[in-house]
Design a binder for this molecule. Structure first.
Ligand code: ZN
Length: 180
């Protein structure tokens, strides 16, 4: 299996030459959390004998949002996992949700496992038709790991152990639901 990994945001995501940090709270940038979890995800996939393709490998590699799916399609990705953090005006908002455009069973399995791994509230799988990264002819999900705008969840998101646990949970969810 070839897993397409998309760490949200990053260099040239929205505009050429401009770094898009995503949400930033208390100095923590969503782009950095997404990248850290994506690297764990890559390692866990490789450990299972799967292959990986990444839309960006670091904070320097330019990766325009509109080319990301094409890049993973060219790599022959059987599925796409985009990694993001949530944010809200209310600092109380919390929990984990996974977005999909027709792959509810995959999104639900992954989301349930990530919630179990991180101890976060299960906000469920949510259908979204408006996200470029989900417009793929095979499995595509976008995991909103937890809320950067919530102090407790920010601590989870920046903890390397939790980042790895989240990646292990995502891989377990894919192993259960994605068939080549
Ligand atoms: Zn994001």
């Amino acid at each position: 299996m070839i897993v397409g990994i998309d760490p949200g945001h990053g260099m040239a995501s929205r505009a050429w030459g401009v770094f898009d940090p995503g949400a930033v709270y208390a100095g923590v940038r969503e782009a950095d959390v997404a990248l850290a979890v994506a690297h764990h995800l890559r390692d866990e996939c490789l450990a299972r004998g799967w292959s990986v393709a990444m839309t960006r490998r670091d904070n320097e590699e330019p990766s325009a949002l509109r080319y990301r799916v094409g890049k993973l399609r060219s790599a022959g990705a059987d599925c796409i996992v985009s990694i993001h953090c949530n944010a809200a005006e209310s600092p109380q908002a919390h929990g984990t949700e996974t977005l999909h455009a027709g792959y509810e069973w995959v999104a639900k399995a992954v989301n349930d496992l990530v919630c179990g791994a991180l101890g976060t509230r299960n906000r469920g799988a949510k259908h979204r038709n408006d996200l470029a990264i989900l417009r793929y002819e095979r499995v595509a999900i976008l995991v909103e790991l937890a809320f950067l705008s919530n102090e407790r969840e920010r601590a989870i998101l920046t903890d390397p152990g939790c980042q790895r646990e989240a990646a292990i949970a995502i891989v377990a969810g894919l192993a259960e639901t994605v068939r080549r």
